[in-house]
Write a protein that binds this ligand. Structure first.
Ligand SMILES: *[C@@H]1O[C@H](CO)[C@@H](O)[C@H](O)[C@H]1NC(C)=O
Ligand SMILES: *[C@@H]1O[C@H](CO)[C@@H](O)[C@H](O)[C@H]1NC(C)=O
Ligand SMILES: *[C@@H]1O[C@H](CO)[C@@H](O)[C@H](O)[C@H]1NC(C)=O
Ligand SMILES: *[C@@H]1O[C@H](CO)[C@@H](O)[C@H](O)[C@H]1NC(C)=O
Ligand SMILES: *[C@@H]1O[C@H](CO)[C@@H](O)[C@H](O)[C@H]1NC(C)=O
Ligand SMILES: *[C@@H]1O[C@H](CO)[C@@H](O)[C@H](O)[C@H]1NC(C)=O
Ligand SMILES: *[C@@H]1O[C@H](CO)[C@@H](O)[C@H](O)[C@H]1NC(C)=O
Ligand SMILES: *[C@@H]1O[C@H](CO)[C@@H](O)[C@H](O)[C@H]1NC(C)=O
Ligand SMILES: *[C@@H]1O[C@H](CO)[C@@H](O)[C@H](O)[C@H]1NC(C)=O
Length: 575
């Protein structure tokens, strides 16, 4: 049972919130997930341990926020229960309705034994937060997730000059409709499963971006460690998740591939070794990343006032992926109807190569994949005729070693995910955004069966999220760089999916260099205790080291199903 509080902080020129829930479905594989047995006897006066995800602070205006409590709820036994609903109307006690910043704050307290659970927070079907609950200890834990949701909540009010660069005017949910006995996400159960949603876009739209939320569970929780089917078949394995280690989320519009997501390998709070994530949680586990796909080049095909359809699929998927999206739409205040045309669209099939060499349960596997998707189109609006271009380029490599007759697994994976978007008029570049993401993962995991449903596990892990961004606009240029790297070492004795004993140690270095501010944190924990924690906000001298990541080494797994929470809403700005 966890008590959770969802609130919104509005900073004048501020907003909202909601709750969550969970589900569990334990699944045992070589890479398994486990939960720690609470060994101590809870005493009511023991201090709560604060768990956290390392991330840069949200820059806040100096104005005093106006805070709005959306929901306070005791969650427990939520598996396959309907989402918890809270009514929301924009707060009447806030002095202005023009907010510079709106922060969603999720705070929860939990004690005892509980597996990790995925949850979501939606406002009128628009997803605001996807997260994983922390696994408690006997004496209790508390954790807080803060997310800047300004652009999801408060459409841009200053559209006069160049709305192109500010928040959207309208956000359309591309999610399942209530009522549901589950989350609002679509569930993708296998590689041929396609889930879709019809939508209609106002005819005066001039820009559109699809923000995609993704999480992977059960047989695909550790997709990057899944084995090739030929290995599974040759060894007569049952209950071992297969389809190899490559996954990609494909997004189509009326049957046309408009973009893809090669997701970051979020490790949930029970993953690999739950002792690694106390109190420093895995990168992205409290606030899963979402991914933007530029739809503007395709606007010409959807501005006819008729229903169109977004569809999601996952290459090589095993049960189950949770996916939904928010369509951010910019509207032309001075026009009723815009027109546009798709000029060029290229989506080449995946290039996949697998080199495998195994004898019995020992072997090596190298999987390499690449792909590119590009599109160009124009839209004629009161801003003129703007040509937009979007290019996604992906590269993937996964080297896997199986040793000790299948008890040892080493995975070394790198995903490169480059996006570039530009908007130009015949005379000038209105804006361009380039993003270079690199996700390294190294996992070393060695399991020794002790009989009796008990095994000893040793796991070392490196997990990185790196992103360089370059933005140019008519009036300026900005560059940012994020390097976020975790190393973990753990051992544990697991009986019937419960951790009986063990130790986890984690070191994390986070460096963000932006044009407005910089943030550095170097923190380490072992056995629940912080060993060092240094924070610095001076900017590093080498402001732009392009993708200078070290080689990653890496790691193993766990399972779940999920559940969610939701907010009904009464906000004119959201559909
Ligand atoms: C894939 O999942 C869909 C949706 O659950 C189901 O209808 C279909 O039969 C499944 N296909 C296979 C090959 O299992
Ligand atoms: C797998 O099963 C087949 C058929 O039962 C058997 O011939 C083969 O020896 C088995 N292989 C292994 C590695 O157990
Ligand atoms: C396959 O593995 C075996 C045993 O490790 C090794 O002797 C052999 O050279 C490998 N073959 C290839 C093509 O890598
Ligand atoms: C992504 O961009 C980086 C930096 O320009 C480049 O080195 C890398 O080859 C690119 N990767 C792909 C898949 O385009
Ligand atoms: C697999 O590798 C281990 C060492 O990692 C070795 O002891 C074992 O004999 C190998 N098994 C086979 C079938 O070659
Ligand atoms: C298996 O479990 C039983 C009961 O917990 C215990 O008596 C026995 O010693 C265990 N055997 C091993 C090999 O651990
Ligand atoms: C795992 O990490 C521990 C602690 O740093 C180290 O002693 C050990 O050699 C590592 N093992 C592997 C296989 O990387
Ligand atoms: C973080 O601090 C540790 C301990 O002081 C140090 O060894 C390490 O080099 C630091 N890492 C970075 C990236 O500064
Ligand atoms: C972890 O810390 C507890 C006390 O908080 C201690 O009893 C235990 O021995 C420590 N574990 C290890 C492996 O150091």
């Amino acid at each position: 049972m966890a008590v959770a509080v969802l609130s919104l902080l509005f900073f004048s020129l501020s907003l909202f919130l909601q709750p969550l829930s969970s589900t569990a479905n334990i699944h045992k594989t070589k890479l398994l997930r486990s939960e720690l047995i609470s060994q101590a006897t809870p005493s009511s006066d023991a201090p709560l341990t604060t768990y956290f995800e390392v991330t840069k602070p949200i820059k806040l205006p100096r104005t005093k926020p106006c805070s709005y409590l959306i929901l306070q709820h005791d969650f427990g036994y939520t598996y396959e229960k309907p989402p918890v609903l809270a009514n929301y109307s924009p707060p009447s006690n806030c002095p202005s309705h023009d907010f510079a910043k709106i922060v969603l704050e999720w705070r929860a307290i939990c004690k005892g034994t509980q597996f990790d659970r995925i949850f979501g927070v939606w406002l009128g079907g628009v997803e605001l937060l996807r997260s994983c609950t922390a696994e408690p200890r006997a004496t209790g834990i508390v954790w807080t997730v803060k997310k800047d949701i300004t652009s999801s909540y408060e459409p841009n009010s200053d559209n006069s000059v160049n709305g192109y660069l500010s928040g959207a005017d309208l956000i359309l949910p591309i999610s399942r409709n209530l009522p549901l006995n589950d989350g609002l996400w679509f569930e993708i159960e296998n590689s041929t499963d396609i889930e879709s949603k019809e939508f209609k876009i106002p005819q005066n739209a001039y820009r559109a971006v699809l923000e995609v939320y993704v999480s992977f569970h059960e047989n695909d929780e550790f997709w990057y460690a899944n084995l090739p089917n030929e290995y599974i078949a040759a060894n007569n394995l049952t209950d071992t998740p297969g389809n190899g280690p490559f996954r990609e989320v494909v997004v189509s519009l009326d049957g046309m591939v408009v973009g893809a997501v090669w997701p970051f390998t979020v490790i949930y709070t029970g993953g690999v070794n739950p002792l690694l994530w106390r109190p420093i949680t895995g990168i992205g586990s409290f606030d899963l990343p979402s991914y933007d796909i530029e739809i503007t080049p395709f606007l010409g095909t959807v501005l006819d006032g008729k229903p169109h359809e977004f569809a999601f699929s996952v290459t090589n998927a095993l049960n189950v992926w949770f996916i939904d999206a928010n369509l951010h739409v910019w509207l032309d205040k001075k026009s009723q109807k815009n027109e546009g045309k798709l000029l060029k669209h290229n989506s080449l099939p995946l290039l996949v190569s697998l080199v495998s060499n195994f004898t019995g349960l020992n072997g090596t596997f190298l999987t390499s994949v690449s792909r590119s998707i590009s599109s160009t189109g124009w839209v004629k609006s009161s801003h003129g005729t703007i040509t937009s271009n979007s290019i996604q380029e992906f590269d993937y490599s996964n080297f896997m070693v199986m040793g000790n007759d299948g008890n040892l697994q080493i995975v070394n994976q790198i995903i490169d995910f480059n996006d570039s978007v530009s908007a130009t008029t015949p005379n000038s570049c209105i804006h361009s955004i380039k993003s270079f993401k690199r996700f390294p993962l190294y996992l070393y995991s060695d399991d020794a069966d002790q009989g009796n449903g008990t095994y000893a596990s040793l796991a070392n892990l490196t997990l990185g999220y790196n992103e360089d961004r370059v933005k140019t606009a008519t009036f300026g240029f900005s560059v940012s760089s994020l390097k976020n790297l975790q190393n973990g070492q753990g051992y544990m004795l697991v009986k019937d999916n419960l951790v009986v004993s063990g130790l986890g140690s984690t070191q994390q270095a986070y460096r963000y260099d932006g044009s407005k501010f910089c943030y550095f944190r170097n923190v380490s924990s072992s056995n629940y205790t912080i060993l060092y924690d240094k924070v610095d906000s001076t900017c590093s001298k080498r402001r732009r080291s392009h993708l200078g990541f070290g080689l990653a080494k890496w790691w193993p797994p766990s399972a779940r199903r999920a559940f969610l929470a939701s907010v009904s809403h009464d906000n004119k700005k959201l559909p």
